[in-house]
Ligand binder design. Structure first.
Ligand SMILES: Nc1ncnc2c1ncn2[C@@H]1O[C@H](COP(=O)(O)OP(=O)(O)OP(=O)(O)O)[C@@H](O)[C@H]1O
Length: 226
């Protein structure tokens, strides 16, 4: 089943008199449990595509079906609940709150849910374990390494049991050894059944995926199993 289906999606940004076509007639299906990398030159439309898939942005035209639900015209409240439940994000610069401990950062997505403190704790500890940072729960982000920060961001992304994880340049701020460690975490999550879609400029990073989608000038240039 295609968890994600984009039909003839276009995205235009308008500012003053200038219209930028960020995506042009994109057709794409990504099934449940896939691991896809998106590559393409700067400005080719990768982030726009990921943001539309992640319900962070809406297309100018075309149809987006998520688990067969047409999201055209969906209200922000509904899109926001999808972001909490079905889809979560990992960002290049981690987006952790410095004043919170790692535990508290990972707990954030659970605060919207009707869970007891004990239930939240159980879920956070399980996510930290999966991300390989059980020992860092009490640390603040300023006292851990970049790779550990990204593991904390991954723990935060999986704590709600979202099935789809989207990552925009998740290794972009890391050295290559640490980047490889992070990619192994994504591979493990994919082996557990998570759908992973990530943007990268790095062919080595993309090689962890099982499908490579290349974008050029807002269109899909190639889409192949790797
Ligand atoms: N909010 C915006 N307003 C106007 N134009 C935008 C906006 N966001 C993106 N664009 C334009 O849309 C096009 C696609 O941008 P996008 O960020 O999706 O590309 P990208 O492939 O992710 O680039 P990079 O690799 O540099 O992050 C670019 O021409 C960009 O300048």
């Amino acid at each position: 089943m295609a968890a994600i289906e984009l039909k003839d999606i276009t995205k235009e940004y308008r500012s003053d008199e200038i219209i930028t076509s960020a995506l042009r007639n994109v057709n794409l299906k990504i099934g449940s449990g896939e691991f896809a990398a998106i590559m393409g030159a700067s400005g080719s439309g990768k982030t726009t595509l990921l943001n539309i898939i992640g319900c962070m942005d809406i297309p100018t035209s075309g149809t987006y079906l998520l688990d067969n639900e047409d999201l055209g015209g969906a209200k922000e409240k509904h899109l926001s609940s999808i972001r909490g439940k079905k889809i979560s994000f990992v960002f290049q610069h981690f987006a952790l709150i410095d004043d919170y401990t790692v535990f508290e950062n990972v707990e954030i997505p659970l605060m919207k849910q009707p869970l007891s403190k004990a239930e939240r704790k159980k879920k956070v500890l399980s996510a930290l374990k999966l991300a390989g940072i059980s020992n860092l729960a009490k640390k603040k982000p300023s006292n851990i390494s970049g790779g550990q920060k990204q593991r904390a961001a991954i723990a935060r992304a999986i704590v709600c049991q979202a099935e789809i994880i989207l990552a925009d340049e998740p290794t972009g701020a890391l050295d290559s050894k640490t980047g490889n460690e992070i990619m192994r975490v994504f591979s493990e999550l994919n082996n557990m059944g998570k759908t992973i879609i990530l943007i990268t400029h790095d062919k080595n990073v993309a090689s962890y995926a099982k499908r490579l989608i290349t974008i050029q000038d807002g269109s899909i240039l190639s889409d192949e199993a790797i």
